[in-house]
Design a protein around this ligand. Structure first.
Ligand SMILES: [Ca+2]
Ligand SMILES: [Ca+2]
Length: 414
């Protein structure tokens, strides 16, 4: 194919041909114009054509080299990451000795202080007047309290109550910006000798903050059954890490359980509850009970009682029957929770408890009694716990996948 360029006449004779072998006279006019433009431009540069091309080639090579360098660097990084991941995975499989060596941080790196760091100590007194059934708790002073504020100080005050009743809570005055406050305050509780021995005196030291939540510095719990009441007790004690859960009186609930293996029916009879916590103004609640089953720690089935208005001692006598096969009953947990119904706002949790394969103590006993007495309803009272307390023991996963719920939808046909 002959190569004809419309502008070949403008080319100096000494110059190299600039027409591309791929263009032809009938080619795209835009391409032709572009080639002309480049030719004109090259003609304006006071350098021989070969020099210009050489510069272009050198520039191109430089750019190519840079790209290559960047690529190589990226690849290396990726490999390193993969290697690290591999190492991490291998850690699991490594023998104990290697794992310890790799996982255990240096002794110097461990902030032992944070666990053991001094919270300070408190001087308190205990005195019981048996004739008047009066327990007097004295909060004298604190020493070397932990600094909770930015300036290296705290604004301490002490809360005092007698557990587990916690009917009365006293507070000392707040002392601003000090780690060694002298409180010298006394608080008197009316308490019979019989309940005294089952009680715990709780003293919690807090840091007051005007614009944020008050933080606990530490606490002291004295089991009152261990105290020699013949003398007035006055002693210094180190503040301890606050207990994770407050033993709070959330009331009790009575329900019956009945399991019939032959027809695979679990019946939960919610009978009554008493001494529930008041959630509404006026010192009452509107309690209802949620009955929930979890299978393999997944939420499975749920039923509710009616709402009993304005009472802390509701009587339900409502029962709920669930289909639970004998194979499933070994993997089931039953969660019973009491809620306060609110017409306008969100309903509040008042207490919770769970029984079943993962339960312990009194709850496990009730569950075991049910299993060992098939067909017979077994009723028992249980003390309610906080939702957090239950949730920390029984961590429920998402809902059960549909196929487990509806057996006829189960796995692929074989
Ligand atoms: Ca403060
Ligand atoms: Ca309510």
């Amino acid at each position: 194919m002959p190569i004809i360029h419309p502008n070949t006449t403008t080319l100096p004779v000494t110059d190299y041909p600039t027409t591309s072998p791929y263009t032809n006279s009938t080619g795209n006019p835009i391409a032709v114009a572009a080639v002309d433009f480049i030719n004109n431009l090259l003609n304006k540069i006071p350098l021989p054509r070969w020099a210009i091309y050489a510069i272009f080639v050198a520039g191109g090579l430089l750019v190519l080299l840079c790209c290559l360098c960047i690529c190589v660097k990226c690849c290396c990084k990726g490999k390193k990451k993969k290697k690290q991941q591999k190492e991490n995975i291998n850690l699991k499989g490594a023998d104990g000795k290697t794992t310890t060596a790799l996982v255990q941080p240096d002794v110097a790196d461990v902030d032992y202080g944070s666990a053991k760091r001094q919270r300070g100590k408190l001087l308190y007194s205990l005195d019981y007047n048996a004739a008047q059934s009066e327990l007097t708790v004295g909060i004298k002073q604190a020493n070397n309290l932990k600094a909770m504020d930015l300036g290296g100080t705290s604004d301490p005050y002490v809360k005092v109550y007698i557990g587990p009743d916690k009917s009365k809570t006293f507070e000392t005055k707040v002392f601003k910006s000090t780690l060694n406050p002298v409180f010298n305050e006394q608080f008197t509780f009316q308490i019979a000798k019989s309940s005294l021995l089952k009680s715990t005196a709780v003293m919690k030291v807090f840091d007051f903050n005007r614009f944020s939540k008050h933080e606990i510095i530490g606490e002291i719990r004295v089991q009152l059954c261990n105290v020699d009441w013949n003398h007035v007790i006055e002693e210094w004690q180190d503040l301890a890490e606050p207990a994770k859960f407050e033993e709070e009186n959330l009331g009790e609930i009575c329900f019956s359980l009945r399991y019939v293996p032959t027809n695979a029916k679990l019946t939960v009879g919610i009978l009554e509850a008493k001494n529930l916590k008041s959630m509404d103004a006026g010192g009452t609640s509107d309690p209802y009970v949620k009955v929930q089953l979890a299978l393999d720690k997944r939420k499975w089935r749920k039923k509710k009682t009616s709402v009993k208005k304005k009472t802390l001692n509701p009587y339900y006598n409502e029962s709920f029957t669930f289909d639970v096969s004998f194979e499933q009953i070994q993997r089931v947990n039953l969660v019973i929770s009491v809620w306060d119904h609110d017409a306008l706002t969100r309903n509040d949790a008042m207490g919770k408890i769970f029984l079943g394969c993962d339960a312990a103590g009194n709850q496990l006993k009730h569950w075991a009694d049910m299993l060992s007495n098939p067909r017979r309803p077994v009723a028992q009272w249980h003390s309610l716990l906080t939702a957090e307390q239950v949730n920390s023991t029984l961590v429920l996963k998402r809902k059960l996948p549909l196929q487990n719920k509806l057996p006829f939808l189960g796995g692929p046909p074989t």
